[in-house]
Design a protein around this ligand. Structure first.
Ligand code: B1M
Length: 208
């Protein structure tokens, strides 16, 4: 039985080895990986963010928590990965220009791959030219992630750039909302990684 409290504490305190040990033990015991994410790792990142807001944690603490989270995700990714069948479509994903947050983007990537899509991961700090190259390489959908209210407006530029260019642009990230997506004319918005998969499913079905 997984000790979710211990997992949350290990992520919050940035104890990478503890996170790895707890996640590996949970996987070995047959724990559902979505439960590990939803009850352990994602709420822990939310908690460290809240502490940061209250000036109870600082950037170094955020960084070590992020590294511990990534170590856990690395164990989860192969379990969600696709079974080698023909990909259903090609998606490009990147965190927008000026923004270095990549954990949520990585999670969306893992879920899309697990759902059978080929994903071009453009990393962080992506400007329009990076997304454009991915579209030239065959991406049908461009997914933009933003975690900062200061970088969110760049999504508007990406959406405007791809208007009438054939690729659809979808957006997400903690400060992003459906209302914002509607306002800038994005082709879709999702609140979380599973929602991103459903959104891509529906957009590609419509395009067929
Ligand atoms: Co930053 N940071 N950070 N940070 N950080 C936030 C975002 C913040 C909310 C913290 C806070 O104040 N409470 C705040 C933003 C405030 C604002 O904009 N109003 C903030 C700040 C201020 C900053 C700096 C400016 C701090 C500074 O330097 N003074 C700085 C900016 C650097 C930069 O980017 N230029 C900064 C730096 C960092 C670190 C580098 C230390 C680190 C990031 C490490 C990394 O990513 N490798 C970091 C972290 C870890 C956070 C918090 C604590 C956690 C983010 C996270 O990973 N969450 C964050 C607080 C918070 O979010 N509560 C915070 C877990 C992740 C699974 O969730 O990313 O939301 P999330 O992804 C979700 C959904 O949003 C969605 O699916 C994911 C899974 O369900 N989703 C998509 C995401 N992308 C999607 C794309 C889609 C669809 C869905 O496409 C269709």
């Amino acid at each position: 039985m997984t000790d979710f409290e211990a997992l949350r504490t290990a992520v919050i305190k940035g104890k990478r080895n503890d996170v790895t040990a707890i996640v590996q033990a949970a996987i070995d015991a047959g724990e559902d990986v979505n439960t590990l994410l939803d009850q352990g790792m994602i709420p822990a990142m939310r908690e460290i963010g809240d502490r940061f807001s209250r000036n109870e944690a600082y950037v170094p603490e955020l960084l070590i928590a992020a590294r511990a989270m990534q170590a856990g995700l690395a164990l989860i990714e192969p379990l969600i990965a696709s079974s080698g069948r023909e990909p259903f479509g090609k998606i490009a994903i990147g965190t927008v220009k000026g923004d270095l947050h990549d954990i949520g983007k990585n999670l969306v990537t893992i879920m899309l791959k697990g759902a059978g899509y080929e994903v071009i991961d453009l990393g962080v700090n992506c400007d329009v030219t990076k997304y454009e190259q991915a579209v030239r390489d065959g991406a049908q959908i461009v997914a933009c992630s933003s975690l900062l209210t200061t970088t969110m407006p760049y999504m508007k530029e990406v959406v405007a750039y791809f208007k009438d260019k054939g690729a659809k642009v979808i957006i997400g990230g903690a400060p992003v909302t459906q209302a914002y997506a509607d306002e800038i004319g994005a082709d879709g918005y999702s609140e979380d990684a599973n929602g991103a998969v459903k959104l891509v499913d529906s957009l590609l079905k419509r395009a067929c």
